[in-house]
Design a protein around this ligand. Structure first.
Ligand SMILES: [Ca+2]
Ligand SMILES: [Ca+2]
Length: 209
């Protein structure tokens, strides 16, 4: 990684609008309780949003995208059927969330749980109001969403350099602004084997009242 890229990367990582939390395997349980991020909600702005896969393939064992917003949580640390994850061996993918109309977004919270390399989260979050004449609703990998009407909101990485990877993770991005669409550009978290695609259990969007 070049020096400039590394510095830009670090600036994004130290974004004060992003908060992480982690329950190690020893204490992670079905309650999804965190010290710094609220627990997943059954009734938030994402509950009735429309989710659409833009690029990549979900794994055969993955739940449908709708499981990200159904308010249901895995009861166990390795429960493929209640998590959404991209195909084993792939580098991830993209999906879009549509609220139907622009809403003021106070927080986007993402939750994941797995006993090892599928626990941590790595994604770029984009948002769009949708009125840009260049707006591309379905930018595939290889198209920078920022060039077609999307705004890069955050690079979220909960990957630690301590080597301890498993457990339950929560990431929270605050103060986004008013948008109709969110785009999640989801990356594999390690390339040592085929098992680096995160088990996402829920995504909450908290709107400003
Ligand atoms: Ca929810
Ligand atoms: Ca869920």
């Amino acid at each position: 990684m070049s020096y400039v890229v590394k510095v830009l990367f670090l600036i994004l990582l130290f974004d004060p609008r992003i908060v992480f939390d982690h329950n190690p395997n020893s204490i992670a349980n079905r309650e999804f309780k965190f010290n710094r991020v609220s627990s997943p909600s059954k009734d938030d702005a994402a509950t009735h949003a429309k989710l659409t896969l833009i690029d990549g393939d979900l794994d055969q064992g993955s739940a449908e995208l709708a499981a990200l917003t159904d308010g249901r949580l895995p009861r166990d640390e390795d429960e493929p059927g209640t998590n959404v994850y991209f195909r084993a061996g792939s580098s991830g993918g993209r999906f879009r969330m549509d609220f139907g109309t622009p809403i003021a977004i106070a927080q986007v919270n993402t939750y994941s749980w797995h006993p090892n390399s599928r626990g941590p989260q790595l994604y770029k979050l984009y948002a769009a109001e949708g009125s840009d004449p260049k707006f591309n609703l379905d930018p595939k990998r290889g198209v920078d969403p920022a060039t077609c009407g999307w705004k890069l909101i955050a690079l979220v990485s909960t990957i630690s350099d301590r080597g301890e990877e498993g457990g339950q993770y929560a990431a929270s991005v605050s103060d986004l602004g008013k948008y109709r669409y969110l785009l999640f550009d989801i990356y594999v978290t390690e390339l040592y084997d085929n098992w680096g695609n995160t088990f996402y259990s829920e995504i909450d969007v908290i709107s400003r009242r």
